[in-house]
Design a protein around this ligand. Sequence first.
Ligand code: FE2
Length: 494
Amino acid sequence: MATKAPVEKKCKEKKKILIVDDYLPTRKLILDALNQFSQYEINEAENGEEALQLFHKNNYDLVISDIMMPGMSGMDLLNRIRETNPFTAVIMITGNPTTDLTVNAIKKGAVDFLTKPFDIDDLLYKVDIHLREKAMLVGDSAEKIIQQGMLKDKTTELSKQGYIFDSIEDSPLNNEIIFEQIAELALKLVDGEVCSILLFDEQDNEFHPKVIKGGKEEANRNYAHSPTLRKVFNEVIERKEAIVINSNKHPEIAPSLICAPLMIRNTILGILSIRKKKNREIFSKNDLHHILSLTKRASLNLENKILYESIYSNIMDILKSLISSVQARDDYTEEHSQRVTDMSVKVALSMNCSAKDVESLRIAGILHDVGKIAVPDSILLKPDKLTLEEFLVIKNHPTIGENILKPVILLEKERKIIQHHHERWDGKGYPLGIAGNDIPFLARILAVADSFDAMTNNRPYRSAMPVKEAIEELIKNKNTQFDAEIVESFIKIL
Ligand SMILES: [Fe+2]
């Protein structure tokens, strides 16, 4: 595998790194990757306790630790490391980056994250960059440390939020969930008590609560309708700027409040308002900075989603009408597409595919035979076995399907699945004859479901095969026609 070498250091002293993971293959993977470079001195530990013992004996520059471990968890280890040496950079490895986990780890001082399965280049880049940051911090005077620490806080904050947002962006296309996640994130970032997102209706000049998180329900209802707040909201709308209000000026909004606009292009979509009550602290400038970067990113995120959804639903309508026109000639195609989609989605879920991948498979499954629109009735509906020439016409359908989707940039991934759904593991499929892992994973899933469904249903030229026989057929063709791992998962879900 090609890897980026970390930039040569002037200092010849080796950097000490500790790898902590209870899972040997992950430890070995990281160890092998880092061992390519002579400037690292690496130790490994299989649990938090062992790591801590090593940590007390050695002065590590960087620790890479799994979060989920039996005994002492990665989070506990992070705490203990921070207590002992606040300058050691700690990168956390997570299998499933939830917002809670990420915010927690950031608050406890983790500098970065690796999400399993991770890319070696990404790992090397992160190790290099954090070791250099650490060298900058520790190698200078105390004054500089503070200045650079503050600078580092600001520059890394955005990337941390970016990371949190990645977990939001991974969620399915559902704006309700996004609003909830934004409110939760806002509460966590600035230790707020209540966060509300209100959508602004320009026509009736009203604010409609979309999400209220935290606080007591009754108080929340009144809160959203308070005349004082209404005045503040109007000011935010008018100025299109965030406002911080502390209780010394406005005792009725006790004790501290931030209101920030959510904008799409130059139009106000709504307001995010967050209130603090806990210990009667007030919001700092830094809190405002956090909320502003959050609302900016949230606005962009919502804008993209809304734009995406409207284009996407138009395109899907057009493509569905194409599928219906195939179905008008051949009942089999639509029912077949639906069954193949259902089975493929189940397999993808059982193989831990991401929500985005499952969504892609759902679209590609429905559309996979859209290219059959170009196959004449005489061939598509032929009750006898096809001639070689006729079969060549049928074999064009993945390419035609791919071409139909070509102008739709949004469906790039789905297009590839459609193009390759008749490829074979051994490379003897069509249209390109690519093999093994070169075939997109989701296309390999679709291929298994597609073949199984074709075998177990009546076709114009032959009658359905019993399920048991079809399963035997799949097993027989593992590693020749099909990806063996997918066949196994498929049989399990059957
Ligand atoms: Fe097909």
